[in-house]
Design a protein around this ligand. Structure first.
Ligand SMILES: [Zn+2]
Length: 402
């Protein structure tokens, strides 16, 4: 607006305090500086953003009548000292009736809240909306259950139902008293809120609430969710340790492995792995029999014995590895600095991205996905800085029982 009208901006003021009560420090500073002659006008989204109480409204009207303020520009109109006094008064009176504009203004307010990092909605499981401080706080008891669920799911053996049952066992159920639905569990396990970010109107924001799990654990869970969403491959096809590494001594073909389960009449179950020649050589008719995994391991161990390390070498090498570890700790400082540098770069990119989006150089969809990617990367780096040597320590130390 300033550009269109050729207006110079002396200063931008952002007032976070509600305009409902008089005595806002930023508002007062702005008026004081206008009175000193540092500026002659105000640009504001609406008059009600400027003054929603009669005291502030009266002061603005008075300044306007006196010509201290020569122009107030809002998104849809202008106000001048020459205006009919009644007109501006009516306008301010209307502004006091904030309720008239509740719909659009609330949304604008929520957006600003989200940009400050305050989550403008109901807190997810593991958090509570603290009405006293108007912020989202960690629910001590439930946050531990949520963290534990993430840890267990990350191990990769859980189905979504197992997670739902775990929650149910810990007293977290639907309103109807049933275990949570798969979709809800899946939503919970992929909610970035738990690592300190949040989605609002399709955009990812940095929250100022406390994260309850690390980005690293979150990533593991995302990988587990992704792996789970694919149909399981048949266990018979699982590659065995030695497949592809050794060949048949008789015919030179690759060997393969088979997993066998033997059930005895008394109910005992035995599992065996056999290795055998693939017998793909058409020139040689191979008759090597299959061999049990344990037998093959023993044969290989015997072959490898002559390459085994003498005990005194091991002691020396242990010393060397300890020295390496110390050196690594020193080079950590460099890593941390590097991570800080990258974070700074990301902040600049975020700004540039926003500029490009506002200039309509890029689509909203691109903006959102790029922004999400950058914020997630930033989170990883912040974790790296907090814990550079042993990145997995964070969540493994905070056990469920603490
Ligand atoms: Zn063979």
């Amino acid at each position: 607006m300033a550009k269109d009208e050729n207006l110079n901006i002396a200063q931008e003021f952002i007032e976070r305090q509600s305009a409902k009560k008089p005595g806002r420090p930023v508002f007062n500073e702005m008026l004081a500086r206008i009175e000193k002659g540092e500026a002659q006008g105000i640009i504001s989204w609406k008059l009600d953003r400027l003054a929603r109480n009669p005291v502030d409204g009266g002061q603005i009207s008075w300044f306007l009548q006196q010509g201290v303020i020569r122009h107030i520009k809002t998104h849809d109109r202008s106000f001048y000292p020459t205006d009919n006094v009644l007109m501006t008064s009516v306008e301010f009176g209307m502004a006091n009736q904030f309720i008239l504009d509740l719909k659009t203004n609330t949304k604008r307010g929520l957006d600003a809240k989200a940009k400050r990092g305050d989550y403008p909605g109901r807190a997810p499981l593991g958090y509570i909306n603290d009405s006293r401080i108007k912020l989202v706080a960690v629910d001590k008891k439930k946050s531990k259950i949520v963290r534990r669920a993430f840890e267990l799911y990350a191990e990769g053996n859980w189905r979504l139902e197992d997670a739902a049952n775990f929650f149910a066992e810990n007293g977290i159920k639907t309103k109807g008293g049933n275990p949570m639905k798969r979709d809800n569990v899946s939503y919970l396990l992929s909610n970035p809120f738990y690592i300190g970010l949040f989605r609002y109107t399709g955009e990812l924001h940095e929250g100022n609430h406390e994260p309850i799990i690390t980005k690293q654990l979150f990533d593991k869970v995302q990988a587990a969710l992704k792996a789970r969403s694919k149909p399981p491959s048949s266990p018979a096809n699982h590659p065995q340790a030695l497949c592809g590494a050794i060949r048949c001594g008789t015919c030179g073909m690759m060997i393969t492995a088979e997993h066998k389960i033997k059930r005895q009449k008394n109910g005992n179950v035995h599992e065996y792995t056999y290795y055998r020649c693939t017998r793909k050589n058409k020139a040689v008719r191979c008759s090597e029999p299959p061999i049990r995994e344990e037998m093959l391991d023993r044969q290989l161990s015997n072959l490898l014995k002559k390459y085994a390390m003498p005990a005194d070498w091991a002691a020396e090498l242990t010393k060397m590895s300890e020295r390496d570890e110390k050196e690594a700790a020193q080079s950590t400082t460099a890593l941390v600095q590097e991570a800080r540098g990258e974070i700074q770069g990301i902040s600049q990119k975020l700004q540039r991205l926003l500029d490009a989006y506002l200039d309509q150089d890029i689509e909203q969809e691109t903006y959102r996905s790029e922004r999400a990617g950058l914020l997630l990367r930033k989170k990883s780096l912040e974790e790296k800085i907090a814990n550079p040597l042993y990145p997995s320590k964070n969540h493994s130390l905070k056990k469920f029982s603490d």
